[in-house]
Design a protein around this ligand. Structure first.
Ligand code: ACM
Length: 555
């Protein structure tokens, strides 16, 4: 791999002769200085991308500027055309250009942008090649996800003002050269806990947008917990009508209807993000027991719970009715979920111990397999018998767990989410206004400086499916809170999931990350101005007309 920085903007030449410059030289020099000050910004460097691409070959002779009459042409394939329309929708508000989308059997940039599906290109299931040349831009990939990731890279190479929701006068310059890119791990995710506090569909869609920018491809939704049940289950309606009406600190709670959940799933799918639904079992189930006391070990409804303790609740593992309940719930959730995964939790079931716990997990794992889905669960599932394909999610804080390593030897794969590096509900610093510190403080460097491939002792890189950043929401009550904790750490975790290990470099990451700040500011996204990042000031928008906003919310 090579990441060759392109040269910076050309310096104004110094006068050739020593001594006093003549009048003509002074005049030329003043003109050049003024020109340099007034000229539109030079293109970004081709390396200014998060997550860092696999290979970057700048060609400073091939810088290119998007013309007002550019066309986006894509292969005649519905998925490729959908990515082309997404690209045009990204670019239209700030540029004000019409950017019509067309198709062609052999798309050529012809002074615009071409998205080319080519399964003979050796780019893998998610890889892409981005060529920026004097005749325009070409993104080539074997799949629509590859084209989508190429588009995210293209977006970051444009001036930060491209994020403006209204028209800006700007030279839409791109740095010339070629990027060839593909992810290190197939699973790159984030989790949102919608149970401790409930978040509206629109908030979840904004989180999906943030994942998409950084080439994350899984959204894990923690849908159920002691404080609330957030997804409609037709066969057990009181889960939401009773169990969904509470949340931490006594707020009103809420739940997703079937249509709401399908909207999240399809919005994510349009951005090549798979939803991973979690129904946490056998613990973290107080809201279900409030709704259906027959599931409780003593068959007595507990009071609704709005605190933040863990480990006290559980569904009765000795009652057959519990397994009917689980089969119904998982069956309905599986039917609404196109992705392969069903997450069954399994954490902190402190009152279901030993063989009772492993026996319970083994039965639930079989229910999931019978539904045609792949089991995912927190690493507490490890002692249970192996089942083909099962995935454990590591959330420990010391990278040492012989039981997890043994489960991996028996065939489990691992999603790595160390509490002390990847838990985005941990505070950045003692004075962070929200968040926790039980797993330590996580500044940006702590989120970045670890390796998912080698983090858990005894687990080889080949067994690591990927990395995920969970956001628990005991203290999080708004989209602004979510964004404050996500950004700028989510891009750090995204880079660990995507970029080749050989590119890992804190100083380089810090500088590339800094360039994201003006983009977030321009787009109206909240973020934590972490002091260790050299944030530039936000771009000043030279001229702005308030045009009606383009609706970018497809589908
Ligand atoms: C967890 O943090 N209890 C998975």
């Amino acid at each position: 791999m090579s990441t060759i920085p392109s040269p910076g903007p050309t310096a104004v030449p110094a006068p050739l002769s020593a001594g006093e410059p003549d009048a003509a030289t002074l005049a030329r020099s003043a003109e050049q200085t003024a020109g340099r000050l007034l000229a539109p910004a030079a293109p970004h460097r081709l390396t200014d991308v998060v997550p860092a691409p696999q290979q970057v070959h700048p060609d400073p002779t091939a810088d290119w500027t998007l013309p007002a009459e550019a066309v986006v042409v894509a292969s005649a394939d519905p998925a490729a055309l959908a990515v082309a329309e997404q690209l045009a929708q990204l670019l239209r508000p700030a540029t004000g250009y019409p950017l019509p989308v067309t198709d062609a059997t052999t798309p050529e940039p012809a002074g615009g942008i071409a998205l080319v599906l080519d399964d003979s290109a050796d780019l893998g299931a998610e890889g892409y090649r981005l060529d920026i040349a004097t005749d325009g831009v070409r993104v080539t990939a074997a799949t629509a996800p590859g084209l989508f990731y190429g588009v995210q890279t293209l977006r970051q190479l444009l001036p930060a003002t491209i994020e403006s929701p209204s028209q800006v006068t700007e030279r839409w310059a791109l740095p010339g050269g070629t990027i060839t890119d593909a992810p290190r791990f197939p699973y790159r995710g984030a989790m949102l806990d919608v149970a401790r506090h409930f978040f509206a569909v629109e908030d979840v869609l904004r989180v999906v947008d943030h994942l998409a920018r950084y080439k994350l491809n899984h959204l894990h939704l923690h849908l159920t917990d002691d404080q609330g049940w957030r997804i409609t289950v037709d066969s057990w309606p009181k889960l939401t009508t009773v169990g969904g009406t509470t949340e931490v600190d006594g707020g009103p709670g809420g739940h997703y209807t079937t249509a709401d959940y399908q909207r999240i799933v399809s919005y994510a799918a349009a951005r090549h993000i798979t939803v991973v639904p979690e129904i946490d079992l056998p613990g973290h189930t107080n809201s279900a027991l409030v709704a259906y006391p027959e599931l409780a070990p003593d068959k007595i409804a507990p009071p609704p719970y709005t605190g933040t303790e863990v480990g006290f609740s559980y569904v009765d593992p000795a009652d057959e009715r519990t397994y009917d309940f689980i089969a119904d719930v998982l069956g309905e959730v599986a039917a609404l979920t196109p992705g392969p995964w069903l997450h069954i939790g399994g954490d902190e079931a402190f009152k279901v111990k030993g063989e009772v716990y492993t026996g319970f997990v083994e039965r639930v794992q079989r229910i999931v397999a019978d539904l045609g889905k792949t089991v995912v669960g927190w690493h507490q599932l490890a002692p249970a018998a192996h089942l083909d394909g099962r995935v454990l999610q590591w959330w420990g804080t010391n990278g040492e767990d012989p039981t997890t390593a043994d489960a991996v030897r028996r065939g489990a794969r691992l999603i790595v989410s160390p509490g002390n590096h990847a838990y985005l509900d941990m505070k950045y610093a003692p004075d962070t206004p929200i968040g926790h510190d039980w797993a330590g403080l996580i500044d940006v460097r702590k989120a970045y400086d670890w390796d998912p491939g080698t983090h858990v002792a005894g687990v080889p890189t080949e067994a690591v499916l990927g990395v995920e950043a969970p956001l628990w929401t005991e203290s999080v009550t708004s989209l602004a809170d979510i964004e404050l904790l996500l950004l700028p750490r989510l891009p750090a975790i995204a880079e660990l999931g995507w970029s080749p290990r050989a590119s890992h470099d804190w100083a380089g990451f810090r500088d590339r990350l800094a360039g994201q700040g003006p983009r977030w500011t321009t787009a109206g996204i909240t973020f934590h101005r972490a002091p260790e990042i050299p944030w530039p000031t936000a771009p000043t928008i030279p001229a702005q007309r308030n045009l009606p906003q383009t609706d970018t919310a497809t589908p």
